[in-house]
Write a protein that binds this ligand. Structure first.
Ligand SMILES: Nc1ncnc2c1ncn2[C@@H]1O[C@H](COP(=O)(O)OP(=O)(O)OP(=O)(O)O)[C@@H](O)[C@H]1O
Length: 218
């Protein structure tokens, strides 16, 4: 196993993946392969385990059976240090709680996502382009606690744009948004796939699922 992280360009591979809580089985024997460049919808009724599967791929929960890999890296058997680096360098989350730093401003929230970029001017250019993309240019110094839910979701999207992760996990990313902003989110996630990312979107929206290359139905 290599020491640092799953390089962008690696597929996500599940073989016989299972998850049970006590006596309840959410799914067993889930097998799929998602190639870099693909945007995949994760669908299924409420309670079918979409968020749980995203959490397992995102190293926030564990499968109870099977194997999950990102390229050569076995995600079901990572030591804590490797898991921390994988989260920091390879994973990008777009989850419902946004996980932003509330009392920091938008720029600070984006800046912390760019671990690998030492050059300050380069970081600022990337922040500016990302905020343009999500329609929040000029709002760099607004504190996050003062933003609306939809604005916070767009900051979370901008944070992904500046981070450029190889694996993007999105849980109902269009849930709180109006039609135009929902389209903007889907197009941005599509761009990330086209740049070589693996994009996995848990969604109840047929519109979002139709914009994806394929569907994993739970
Ligand atoms: N830690 C846990 N212990 C026991 N059961 C859990 C735990 N976490 C999740 N579950 C159960 O697993 C099931 C799947 O939950 P999950 O949130 O993954 O579903 P979902 O498909 O994302 O649902 P929704 O579409 O409603 O968001 C739920 O019934 C939930 O109660």
């Amino acid at each position: 196993m290599h020491d640092h992280h799953c390089l962008p360009g690696a597929p996500i591979i599940a073989i016989g993946l299972g998850k049970t809580f006590g006596k309840r089985t959410l799914w067993h024997d889930l097998t799929f392969r998602i190639e870099p460049g693909q945007m995949i919808a994760l669908t299924g009724p409420s309670g079918s385990g979409k968020s749980t599967l995203l959490n397992i791929i995102g190293l926030l929960d564990h499968a109870t059976a099977g194997t999950l890999k990102c390229g050569p890296d076995d995600l079901t058997a990572m030591n804590p240090r490797h898991a921390r680096l994988f989260r920091k360098r390879t994973l990008g989350y777009l989850f419902q709680d946004y996980a932003l730093i509330d009392n920091a401003d938008i720029e600070q929230n984006l800046d912390v996502a760019m671990h690998g970029t030492a050059n300050r001017q380069d970081r600022q250019d990337r922040i500016s382009r990302a905020l343009d993309r999500v329609g929040l240019n000029g709002r760099e110094h607004d504190p996050v606690y003062r933003l609306s839910g939809g604005e916070q979701q767009r900051v979370a999207l901008a944070r992904l744009i500046v981070k450029r992760p190889g694996v993007i996990l999105a849980d109902e990313p269009t849930g709180a948004l109006d039609h135009d902003n929902a389209d903007m989110v889907v197009h941005t996630l599509r761009d990330m796939a086209e740049n070589g990312g693996v994009v996995i979107i848990a969604t109840h929206s047929d519109h979002v699922a139709n914009a994806c290359d394929d569907t994993i139905q739970l």
